[in-house]
Design a protein around this ligand. Structure first.
Ligand code: C5P
Length: 230
């Protein structure tokens, strides 16, 4: 089975407050982006992948993978789902409509092959995502008349999961889902939400909780620690 990873990496990562997009920050002896590409490109079912970069990206030539012919570069869009759609377009002529596309955030460098095995084993329509069960007690917040955020109520966490990536769908289904979701104007923060809008129910596959998305400065140290545990 051939898997086509699409790696959205066109965000600016403003919450990192860094001098460069977060994917180019150092991580161990490498960078966040190169660590993520290491995991995907060393997975046996992956031959090539699509990397979606910002239109103006002066950092990309500094990557170890710059010029690697296993990487097809696509240009990102305004939102994550625009970027993913552009990534899918780069597969035109290479991948078939029923081929599996695996979307993985560039900002999740701690993905393990064992998690990929679990996700891809027995993969079936309409697709699946890695997720981790919520461990914390969850509160819904609301703003009161003084502008303070207060607890509206406690949400039952028993059926709540954190949606992680990778998320895997067939090329044809994912393209249709993202195009339709974009047309509705609703906010789509992952691929599964677009597929859900079609009335479909992707599988939740329990993945490791250390597959974190590096978002804030303190996450980098955590990711480094998790990678040292290998
Ligand atoms: O901003 P956030 O961390 O949620 O972004 C998730 C992923 O989507 C990141 O890998 C980021 O680079 C990517 N992204 C993108 N195009 C955008 C916005 C985000 O490729 N317009």
């Amino acid at each position: 089975m051939t898997i086509w990873p699409v790696v959205p990496a066109a965000g600016i990562g403003s919450r990192m407050q860094a001098d460069r997009p977060k994917q180019y920050l150092p991580l161990g002896q490498s960078t966040l982006m190169d660590c993520t590409l290491d995991v995907l490109l060393s997975y046996p079912a992956v031959e090539k992948l699509v990397l979606v970069l910002a239109e103006q990206d002066p950092w990309w030539p500094s990557s170890r993978y710059f010029g690697d012919d296993r990487i097809l570069v696509a240009t990102g869009g305004a939102e994550r789902c625009d970027s993913v759609l552009n990534g899918l377009a780069a597969l035109h002529g290479l991948a078939g409509e029923s081929d599996w596309v695996l979307v993985h955030d560039v900002a999740r460098p701690c993905l393990r092959h064992a998690d990929l095995d679990r996700l891809l084993n027995g993969l079936a329509w309409p697709g699946a995502i890695l997720a981790s069960p919520t461990r914390d007690t969850m509160k819904r917040g609301e703003v009161n008349s003084r502008g303070e955020v207060v607890i509206a109520h406690t949400v039952d966490r028993d059926q709540l999961w954190h949606a992680l990536t990778p998320q895997v769908f067939s090329l044809g289904l994912l393209r249709e889902a993202l195009q339709r979701a974009l047309a509705t104007g609703k906010k789509v923060t992952d691929e599964a939400s677009a597929v859900e809008m079609l009335g479909l129910q992707p599988l939740l596959i329990a993945g490791r909780a250390d597959n974190i998305k590096v978002t804030r400065p303190e996450d980098l140290a955590l990711a480094e620690l998790f990678l040292q545990g290998d």
